[in-house]
Design a protein around this ligand. Structure first.
Ligand SMILES: *Cc1c(COP(=O)(O)O)cnc(C)c1O
Length: 376
């Protein structure tokens, strides 16, 4: 069986975890959390990076820090994971979904401006498959219309847009280290931002609404409840597991890229014959091989191919059901403009096995099985 995903595990993780346990340092903000944060801050070129228990938690923090209030509107794609939306809904926001681009499955930046009302507060671009949204246009709209930009970079760690790391272009960047992502701590994530003015508020929000971080730095002599917050620190045990991977960031990155490139090469003939569509990486963008997806003619062909691959011992999966057609999406939001691409392409898309350690032989097996499907 070729699995769709196997979470990355680097052997040194066993030592690092034992280290935490032996030292009785298993709560948040320990040595490994600090190591991870420093590394990420360096790598991303973002001055402020905080590990969180999930990307969902990072999005919730961003929603609090942007000061979203009941009745405010947030513009986002419908083709995304529910956490992108839910974090803002929890603050009382109304979701305004706009259509996506067919080439990248990312929010169609040309449709955003028309969806803005005097209630709009934020734009939430999602970098699907670790490929950048058209950030120049989005940031320009945000600047002109005084909106905040929260990047859902859950899938996008290590990808760039015009030389800058995704997640560091807007006001806040939210990353995921869930076990399905490129680097993992089981459940985990990170929040990044560039503007030091958010530091105190971010620390308070992350520490259950208290100014504990200032207390630890000796800036106040006791700590107290200051504002909204929650428990947004992961255990250092999880950070230790992640740290082992961050130490070999490039090895994991290159290994995934080799799989992506093999699929891209090996399936090109089927794309040229018009049987499949392959992912597109726009000019000026580099990606992180988070995902390899194909688009088929329609949902019927997709389901047949998934079933065919399963018979061949290969696990492949579809992806998001558009949020605007889900019960919560209907309750909390509206679709602005026409849904031309979102539903049509979400039904045609499927993802192939891709994880750190997927062997070259396995990739060939997948590529050959897909060819057999179209020959038969
Ligand atoms: C994985 C993912 C999330 C959620 O990440 P968690 O760390 O599981 O909370 C949010 N948005 C997108 C686009 C994702 O892919």
């Amino acid at each position: 069986m070729i699995e769709f995903n196997i979470p990355p595990c680097i052997d040194t993780a066993y030592d690092y975890i034992a280290d935490c346990v032996r030292a009785h340092k298993i709560c948040g903000d320990g040595t490994y959390t600090k190591k991870c944060q420093t590394f990420l801050s360096d790598r991303l070129g973002a001055p402020y990076v905080y590990l969180t228990p999930s990307c969902t938690a990072a999005l919730e923090m961003a929603a609090i820090l942007t000061g979203i209030r009941p009745g405010d509107e947030v513009i986002l794609p419908s083709y995304t994971f529910c956490s992108t939306a839910d974090a803002f809904v929890q603050r009382g926001a109304v979701l305004v979904f706009v259509d996506i681009r067919p080439d990248t499955m990312n929010i169609d930046e040309t449709l955003i401006e028309d969806a803005i009302t005097d209630k709009t507060r934020a734009i939430v671009p999602v970098h699907y498959a670790g490929v950048a949204c058209e950030m120049d246009t989005i940031l320009d709209i945000a600047r002109r219309r005084h909106l905040m930009v929260v990047e859902d970079a859950a899938q996008a760690i290590g990808s760039t847009y015009k030389g800058r790391m995704l997640g560091t272009l807007g006001d806040f960047g939210c990353y995921s280290f869930h076990e399905t992502k490129n680097y993992s701590m089981g459940e985990g994530g990170a929040l990044s931002f560039n503007d030091g003015a958010f530091r105190d508020a971010a620390e308070i929000c992350r520490e259950k609404g208290t100014d504990r971080s200032r207390f630890f730095r000796g800036q106040v002599d006791k700590y107290t409840w200051r504002d909204y917050g929650s428990s947004y620190l992961p255990s250092d045990i999880n950070a230790a597991y992640l740290w082992a991977q961050l130490e070999c960031f490039d090895r994991i990155f290159d290994d995934r890229m080799a799989s992506f490139n093999d699929y891209q090469e090996g399936l090109r003939d089927l794309a040229e014959a018009g049987l499949i569509e392959q992912p597109v990486i726009p000019e000026g963008c580099t990606h992180n091989a988070h995902m390899y997806y194909l688009k088929l003619e329609n949902i019927d062909v997709r389901q047949k191919l998934i079933a065919f691959l399963r018979e061949q011992g290969i696990q492949s999966v579809f992806h998001y059901i558009p949020l605007h057609s889900s019960p919560a999406g209907l309750k909390f939001g509206r679709f602005h403009g026409k849904d031309i691409v979102t539903t049509r392409d979400s039904e045609r898309l499927m993802r192939l096995p891709l994880y750190y350690g997927l062997t070259a032989d396995d990739r060939i097996r997948v590529i050959e099985a897909i060819h057999r499907f179209f020959r038969g």
